[in-house]
Design a protein. Sequence first.
Length: 325
Amino acid sequence: MSYVGPDFEPPRPPRHPLRGPLIVAVGALVPGALVGWLVWQAVGDSDEGRDGSAAAQTSASASAPSSVLPAPSDDGKEQTGGGAGQSGGGEEPGSSAPAGSGSLQGKVVVIDPGHNPGNFRHPSDINRKVNIGTNWKECDTTGTSTNAGYTEAEFTLDVSHRLRTILKKAGATVKFTQDGDRAWGPCVDERAEIGNKAEADAVVSIHADGSAAGNRGFHVILPGSVHSGAADTRPIVASSRDLGERVAGGFLRTTGGPPSNYIGDGTGLDVRTDLGGLNLSTVPKVFIECGNMRDTKDVSRLTSGAWRQKAAQGISEGIVSFLRG
Ligand SMILES: [Zn+2]
């Protein structure tokens, strides 16, 4: 399934005559929206000094390249600054939000803000092993943080709030797995169960990665096919891939990327069979790692409220596209 959307225009870099066959081959192998990215990479690699943000500006026809984003706020305190008057807090915690009057009426979206800000204080609880079908795994983890102390848990809640606001306006019923309104958790098995019990039409788990500096960019994690114990993802593999490709495409369009340079071979997609939150899901579900909290370029984005708004917008566009079919 291509996730080239109506407002996506491929980049128009100068073509290198020797690159044609490679471009064609790549285009045949990867999902649509990322083809433009790869084409740019294929033809633009004579510019050895470029960095990812420059590439993103060129490749993704983003509405706002990174250079026009506000200066980064690296102190972990920046909370607002997002577009459209969005706030990271103050909405009803943890509960279902009433559906609005938009086109997604009757659709249920579960947003899973990865980790809980309180997990740090409950190591024995979150280290308890839970059965994920294929294996036993820790209930949850603390998540990562920037070197300056802006936590993944704080980031994911903020993006999730922004995403909820957008989806509610579109008419969806939105439910959170947690909203910082409980001491810790939930465990990954319960996170999956919340989506299942809600009979969600789509579930997206929001994360940021904690990889080595220099590793950067986003990737969407899709469930691989597993059938073991309580885990049986076979019925949701295809629909989750559709959802994930659309989310990746939306995210690329609104943020300008880049797709991960360390996972997914430039596709912005990864498939995993070791995540309980995916293995135990019976409804279409993906994770998104929005960037790397240990890379300074990514941190300048992740700590920007304006960028987080673009991130939420992109994720929402993918969800809406999936739900409309
Ligand atoms: Zn995480």
